[in-house]
Design a protein around this ligand. Sequence first.
Ligand SMILES: Cc1cc2nc3c(=O)[nH]c(=O)nc-3n(C[C@H](O)[C@H](O)[C@H](O)COP(=O)(O)OP(=O)(O)OC[C@H]3O[C@@H](n4cnc5c(N)ncnc54)[C@H](O)[C@@H]3O)c2cc1C
Length: 447
Amino acid sequence: MTEFDVAIVGGGFSGCAVAAHLARSPEQGFSVALFEPEPLGRGAAYGSPHRELLLNTRAFQMSLYGSDPDHFVRWLGPRAGRMEFASRRLYGDYVAEIAEHCFSRPRYERVPERVESVRRGIGDRFIVETANGCFFARSVVLATGNPLPNDDFLPLEVRLHAGYVADPWRFDYRAVGGQVLVIGSGLSALDVVVALKSCGHRGHVHILSRHRRFPEVHADVAPYDVVPALEASGAGALLRSFRRHVRDAAARGFDWRAVVDAIRPESEALWRRLSQPEQRRFERHLRGLWERHRHRAPIQVDAVAQAYRNGGRLNAYAGRLAGMRRGTVTIAGRDGTTIALHPDWIVNCSGVGRTSAMVRDRLLRGMLADGTISADPRGVGLRATSSLAAINSQGSPVSGLWIVGPPARGSRFEATTVPELRAMAELVASQILNAMRYERWEGRQQA
Ligand SMILES: Cc1cc2nc3c(=O)[nH]c(=O)nc-3n(C[C@H](O)[C@H](O)[C@H](O)COP(=O)(O)OP(=O)(O)OC[C@H]3O[C@@H](n4cnc5c(N)ncnc54)[C@H](O)[C@@H]3O)c2cc1C
């Protein structure tokens, strides 16, 4: 059986970033395998066939290396400026290029297969199993990414509809025409409108969400000159002190966006200061508000939605999808009205899936069932220590098993965008390197 020092499961941004950080280490000689059946570096975010989709963060924030913040900007060259929103596909090219470079090195191997199970084998090794074979690994990094949006809240007839799109991120919208119902009004919903426009769609778009609230829009603003000291004794206190800061900032001529951006590096620490019940309150009442202000849409993206709206081709509804019969969807509006629609397509943009969506994946389902990993009580992801070691069903850290990327949302406030993901990847790579250094030292002592 082939043995690797490190097995990385998933070759989207997170898995590739772990490999890239390992490859940057001056010490080499260890072996790394990356398991990914799809093209490298793309994953859910950067694999859409539509070139018109833009990053929702500016180029200067998107380097794969935190210690070299202009790496992506240099790679882009004249194709986009550091303050611009580059194409998401182009960003996928960037990550793929770094990953291809890593995997051209000796002892770095790409296995183009899906991992079906990971379990403890003999001694401290893991057995990583695909449909075609088994591998041993000393460390395993789970970088399996964004679960597809939950759809257990949708009526069966919606899910069985011929035009139902369960994966809004990788779908090719060229075939889509007529009436399109989009469930959710976040950034992914706006992306659907952009993709439709780029394909020459001439029909109508209906957007349904609980409150009919769209993401805020980016603007060029002066950075806030204060690191806001927020009161984190509870979710309500946090909101009140945030509002106070926004008011103070506005009085001094600063935009609220600058305050949000100044809080961002502190948000993880603030989150950890909240008690568990307060974290749950935040999750229930404030998470959506924070995300709408923190994950903003580029103005160009918002303009496309506006153009649809101005042309009378976009309607937004606040309510819920109450049922579907013989192709007619019934929307129960928050204002008590009932609306009937006859969509040709229904796109689920209800957000990154929670733990209940993760178990659709065979690998994670198996690992949860045998207790190797565990779900967090909020139901948003997997449990991990602050250093990203997986926590098993007994509540103990699993030595050598790491979680990077969106599945770690169970233990992190922010595990979504590139600045957080690259820090997570770097943290895990450095711990793997330390463990290997220690093993070598121990080996030398025993020799
Ligand atoms: C639509 C979208 C747009 C985004 N835009 C931005 C942005 O503009 N700026 C920003 O900073 N962040 C953005 N993000 C957030 C972040 O960059 C993404 O979440 C990123 O995709 C996370 O990378 P990942 O590798 O963890 O997960 P994913 O991209 O989901 O990749 C996971 C990979 O793991 C593979 N995999 C899963 N299970 C297995 C298995 N069992 N065996 C082998 N392989 C497996 C999958 O095939 C996939 O390729 C966006 C996210 C989304 C969803």
